[in-house]
Design a protein around this ligand. Structure first.
Ligand code: SAH
Ligand code: SF4
Ligand code: F3S
Length: 472
């Protein structure tokens, strides 16, 4: 049964864009084209949101800077996934005291997941008086209206109402690079893993209509983007909330049919919803990268149950086996949490065992961080930070060793890679990615950025491969 899916009227977004023109006109009266700085924390979803914030700011006539003393407006787009992310944000917002003292008319905005939590909004209200505007992810579409309120009233504005979230199309976007692009296909999360704050701050799953996604993908290809990453907290549940028959595999097929040479990537894929149909589609669609980021979180069934992940380690391994049978060259990466409340030595050993079995190309490992308001926050957590750290170090060592071994297997092989940027180093001045997303350093002319080239891998380490361009 499709949930009630709220969309923001196109006329509303149009009105926001008109408000941008009003702000632009107001600024022009004192002859200053202002500068903006957008500082982004957290996941790719937040990067994609920051592109919309920059899109609006550009409509308002702002140029962009990295220098916080030069900026007339600073937008800090925050993350709440772990305590560490929040501490970094608060530290950096606190440091803006200096810039605001030097430039009292500077406007400071804090937005994103962190401020969608009531206790954080309160903290900013009380302890960070330099912050002029606070808005949660659900209010991003009306950033111009909120900013105008700050400018006109010279007062503080807080917009962080509890909301399930909506879908807003046609917000102007300003992307960073010219080679790789993020493309949000859905927002929110319904999974409520017991450790995770995301469903509380990002609202319920909402899919964009396939026509809107396809239009954006076509435009990206026409603009020359070569690497398109489809984004969602769980892309495998794409379409479930739409009142039509479409799933994520169908969407990949539609995007794959766009003419041109480019790669389709996606993240993240929840193991419980990863289907053979998806793997088959990945194998059959020539533009779909053979990379699967399939976060396992733990290799122990009791912990997986306590996390509310809805699969056990055997089901996970079986899915991977199917995927690898269909795509023998599949690159597999994962996320793992160490030190979930009550995780014992033996339970941790199951995670190590699973990693040795799967042999991940890369692993993103985290120490469990207690998040207020989640079910895991009230579970007994008897193990010390030191014990968790010890497990974490052991897992990292395992991860690094396996990555190094996997990378060594590439040596001597020939591959097609996409050159995506410069490294700033003389030897190996270019960076590129394999189809599976592994980093390859190369030496070559910067004009190759944005092109697919054939390389031979000559060396490797834990983090990267090194290659030589083939002649001709
Ligand atoms: N939607 C994605 C993950 C988003 S968060 C998915 O389900 O795969 C990215 C990663 O952060 C998660 O996969 C998890 O490993 C980690 N994470 C989330 N909450 C955490 C917490 N409270 N403590 C430590 N790590 C956490
Ligand atoms: Fe968090 Fe789980 Fe949703 Fe991922 S699937 S965002 S880990 S609740
Ligand atoms: Fe962080 Fe929000 Fe992403 S909590 S990980 S920025 S969805």
């Amino acid at each position: 049964m499709p949930a009630i899916r709220k969309t923001i009227d196109e006329a509303e977004i149009q009105r926001q864009i008109e408000l941008c023109s009003r702000i632009r006109a107001m600024k022009n009266t004192d002859g200053q084209a202002g500068l903006a700085l957008v500082d982004t924390y957290g996941c790719q979803q937040n990067e994609a949101d920051s592109e919309k914030i920059r899109g609006y700011l550009a409509e308002m006539g702002y140029g962009f800077t990295q220098d916080e003393f030069a900026a007339d407006i600073i937008v800090v787009n925050t993350c709440a996934v772990r305590e560490h992310a929040e501490m970094r944000v608060l530290g950096n917002v606190g440091a803006l005291n200096h810039t605001k003292k030097a430039k009292p008319e500077q406007i400071i905005c804090v937005c994103g997941c962190m401020v969608q939590q009531e206790h954080m909004t309160e903290k900013i209200r009380r302890s960070y008086p330099i912050v002029d505007l606070v808005f949660g992810p659900h209010e991003l579409w009306r950033f111009p209206e909120l900013l105008l309120r700050v400018i006109e009233k010279h007062g503080r504005v807080f917009a962080t109402e509890k909301d399930e979230g909506a879908v807003a199309e046609n917000i102007p976007l300003r992307r960073d690079g010219k080679v790789k692009a993020w493309l949000s296909i859905m927002y929110g999360c319904n999974n409520f893993c017991t450790y995770c704050i995301v469903p509380y701050v990002r609202g319920r799953e909402r899919s964009r209509q396939p026509e809107d996604i396809l239009r954006e993908a076509e435009q990206l290809v026409a603009e020359g983007y070569k690497d398109i990453t489809l984004l969602g907290q769980n892309v495998n549940s794409y379409g479930k909330d739409l009142d039509r028959e479409i799933d994520f595999a169908d969407l990949i097929r539609m995007i794959n049919a766009i003419p041109g040479e480019f790669l389709i990537r996606f993240m993240t894929s929840h193991p419980k919803d990863a289907t053979e149909k998806l793997f088959r589609t990945m194998a059959e669609c020539e533009k779909c990268a053979h990379h699967l980021h399939l976060p396992v979180q733990s290799g122990n069934d009791r912990i997986l149950r306590a996390m509310n992940r809805n699969y056990d380690h055997a089901a996970y391994l079986k899915k991977l086996e199917t995927a690898r049978r269909l795509m023998p060259d599949l690159v597999v990466t994962t996320d793992i949490i160490v030190g979930f409340p009550g995780e014992t030595e033996e339970e941790f050993e199951d995670t190590i065992r699973l990693c040795e079995q799967v042999r991940y190309d890369a692993m993103f490992t985290f120490i469990y961080s207690k998040r207020n308001g989640t079910p895991a926050a009230s579970m007994p957590d008897p193990y010390s930070r030191e014990e968790k750290q010890r497990h974490f170090d052991r897992l990292t060592e395992t991860a690094n060793r396996i990555s190094g071994e996997k990378h060594r297997e590439y040596e001597g092989k020939s591959l097609r890679v996409l050159v995506d940027g410069e490294t700033g180093r003389e030897e190996y001045n270019l960076s590129s990615r394999t189809n599976g997303g592994r980093l390859v350093h190369l030496k070559g002319d910067p004009s190759l950025i944005g092109q697919f080239v054939d390389v031979q891998i000559t060396a490797s380490n834990t983090w990267a491969l090194y290659g030589e361009m083939k002649n001709g």
